[in-house]
Design a protein around this ligand. Structure first.
Ligand SMILES: [Zn+2]
Length: 258
């Protein structure tokens, strides 16, 4: 590894039950490897109390709260009121993860769009950035961001769209998250994107425990493996490792106003 410090995992779910009993080891490893801050997004109302209590344990663990499109069938109308109450009480750094997931036809796209717009309105009223989840939905998502005039920015996590879509997000004030998918030797398109985008566009993430990296035989992703993502970006770029580490950190701090 690089011996770098101040790295931020801009998207992980260390609170996830699959990582139970591993928290202490993972966090100790993180600090040893220079990963000093973790951003943990919310996904559904039942998870929020646990997540809020979890993030309270360490000053470097940042809370985000939102209703994930993947759970569209579970969300209830009054979840949004609970969300607003928690925003006022717990001051999350962002609303997320929210967005559109068109990869599964069973997830109703109209309901997803409605929920996204409602959460963008909430984010705007509290002047909070958003953490966006987008699968096969970048054009629809971009259209909604433009139509609603959302101006608080944030991060498009696990970005896997085209160069044009990347540019469109950048123009709207967003940063793009890259993680485990980049670690596979066959990820040529993503590698090309990481080479061609400005360094100011990129943020690091693991999405742990999901999106396992190429070397993770147990298929369990963890935030203490974030330096592998950084190494992949370093391999694709001409800037020095220290500049890449520092700039991705600055990008995350700017996007989420940490
Ligand atoms: Zn996630």
């Amino acid at each position: 590894m690089n011996g770098l410090t101040g790295l931020i995992d801009s998207h992980c779910h260390l609170d996830h039950p699959r990582l139970d009993k591993l928290h202490e080891t993972i966090w100790r490893n993180c600090l040893g490897l220079g990963v000093t801050q973790l951003v943990m997004p919310g996904t559904h109302r039942a998870q929020w109390p646990r997540l809020v209590a979890f993030c309270d344990q360490q000053p470097g663990w940042h809370l985000a709260l939102g209703l994930h499109p993947y759970f569209i069938d579970q969300h209830q109308p009054d979840d949004l009121q609970v969300l607003e109450r928690l925003i006022r009480q717990k001051r999350p750094i962002a609303i997320g993860e929210i967005g559109l997931d068109y990869s599964l036809p069973s997830l109703n796209s109209c309901l997803q769009q409605q929920l996204l717009v409602q959460q963008l309105i909430i984010a705007r009223s509290y002047r909070l950035p958003v953490i966006l989840h987008a699968r096969r939905s970048h054009d629809a998502l971009l259209q909604i961001l433009r139509r609603t005039g959302f101006g608080e920015g944030g991060i498009v996590h696990a970005f896997n769209g085209s160069f044009q879509q990347a540019e469109a997000y950048l123009a709207l004030g967003f940063k793009l998250g890259f993680g485990g998918a980049l670690t596979y030797s066959r990820a040529h398109r993503l590698q090309r994107l990481v080479r061609s985008l400005p360094l100011t566009a990129l943020v690091l993430e693991t999405d742990a425990p999901d999106m396992p990296m190429a070397h993770q035989q147990d298929r369990l992703n963890r935030p203490d493996h974030l330096p592998y993502v950084l190494d992949c970006i370093i391999k694709q770029r001409s800037e020095s490792p220290i500049d890449i580490a520092r700039q991705t950190q600055i990008n995350t701090v700017k996007a989420l106003r940490i």
